[in-house]
Design a protein around this ligand. Structure first.
Ligand SMILES: [Zn+2]
Length: 402
């Protein structure tokens, strides 16, 4: 989860605005709108616009030459841009807008990020660069919807930026099996900070403040709260984190290819209990530690192939089979979500997949049961602060809904 401190961000924004305003009032205004210069409109209609995009292994100089600028112009622009934005920071995908008049470069515009725009103006062979910081309105957004296709598709359709959907998925991935628990009609709500331009379009999103999700008609809500140590996390009404002590899925974005329970064994042929969960994923996909613990086994282990076993607290162990690579060694402590190895097909395996087992007091259990194993609740004092924060968020939400 990426943590953006909303308050300090607002301060930075105000500071940037102050700088921006100073620049805005410089006398040589060429563009209609400098506050939201994208897409900018030139007043003159004799101007030709060329858009140049930096590709992988491309340099600004060669790109501008390709677009037909003279070597003097290329030199002038790259010198000028370097004064306000080091050219070493340029990345593939960066776009440059070249405005030409009578085949001569008049203006060069570049937007390194959502709030900064660099203008270079060419006057009598001199290249003058300046920066403009754009102003955006900060606004909270509450969007609710219902699943008809998939959480991702329906959330995007209802106008939620994908960064927010990713955050939402990360909150619920510990408790919800996104392949099995979700049905059409399941409801979701995401309440988050955003920055909008003059047209009301979201140009940047902040963090989620509140989420609600009701897979199988069971509502589960979380609120963003910064604990005493200044660490932000999502907590439910009981003050428990969304994060579970052990992951039911120790891999990102994988598909369950075989679940826990009786099945016909793909290699041996006969019916046998499948005492783990198989996740189909390409060789090399990172395998994450389901929870923090000590590595108990990390080596080849017969039919299990390259195999890792972690000992957690309270009698829990997790095991990872058929790996192509082992990144840890016996006796070492690993943290939850740390990459411990890579998916493979070593040992008795029909193709690249991860066979994952959860062991409780020596008995293999269904990893799905881990979804009930919630994180540590907040202490008494922290719980009091969390309740206050929750009420604040709920008041904000109520006023935003009106
Ligand atoms: Zn298996």
């Amino acid at each position: 989860m990426k943590k953006v401190k909303t308050i300090s961000f607002a301060c930075v924004l105000i500071l940037l605005l102050a700088i921006g305003t100073k620049l805005l009032f410089s006398p040589d205004s060429v563009f209609k709108s400098e506050i939201d210069p994208y897409p900018y409109v030139l007043q003159s209609n004799q101007t030709k616009l060329i858009v140049a995009e930096l590709k992988q292994d491309d340099f600004l100089v060669s790109l501008l030459e390709k677009k037909g600028l003279t070597s003097n112009e290329v030199y002038g622009v790259s010198k000028a841009i370097d004064k306000v934005y080091p050219v070493t920071l340029l990345r593939p995908g960066d776009k440059f807008f070249l405005y030409l008049q009578n085949s001569k470069l008049k203006h060069f515009v570049f937007r390194p990020n959502f709030e900064k725009t660099i203008f270079i103006e060419v006057i009598n062979g001199n290249y003058k660069a300046r920066e403009v910081i754009s102003e955006y309105k900060s606004q909270r957004v509450n969007i609710s919807g219902e699943i008809s296709t998939s959480l991702y598709v329906d959330a995007i359709k209802s106008g939620i930026p994908d960064r927010i959907v990713d955050q939402f998925t990360k909150i619920y991935e510990y408790s919800v099996d996104f392949q099995r628990d979700i049905q059409p009609g399941d409801k979701f709500t995401m309440y988050f900070n955003s920055y909008k331009n003059r047209k009301g379009e979201i140009v940047k999103t902040g963090d989620l403040l509140y989420t609600s999700f009701s897979p199988r008609n069971k509502q589960s809500e979380f609120w963003l709260f910064s604990n005493g140590k200044g660490i932000e996390n999502f907590y439910d009404e009981k003050g428990k984190t969304a994060k579970r002590r052990l992951r039911a899925t120790p891999i990102d974005g994988a598909r369950i290819s075989s679940s826990f329970g009786a099945r016909k064994h793909p290699i041996l042929g006969y019916r046998k209990m499948h005492l783990g969960v198989d996740f189909a994923a390409p060789t090399g996909t990172p395998v994450l530690a389901a929870g923090s613990g000590i590595i108990e086994y990390a080596a080849r282990n017969g039919a299990a192939g390259k195999y890792i076993r972690i000992r957690h607290t309270d009698g829990y162990k997790t095991a990872y089979f058929h790996l192509s690579k082992i990144n840890v060694s016996v006796g070492k402590y690993v943290k939850q979500d740390q990459v411990i190895g890579k998916v493979g097909s070593t040992g008795r395996s029909t193709g690249p997949h991860l066979h994952y087992e959860v062991i409780l007091n020596g008995k293999k259990i269904n990893p799905k049961r881990l979804s009930q194993l919630s994180g540590k609740p907040l202490g008494k004092e922290e719980m009091y602060k969390f309740k206050k924060r929750r009420e604040e968020i709920e008041q904000l939400r109520a006023s935003d809904l009106n």
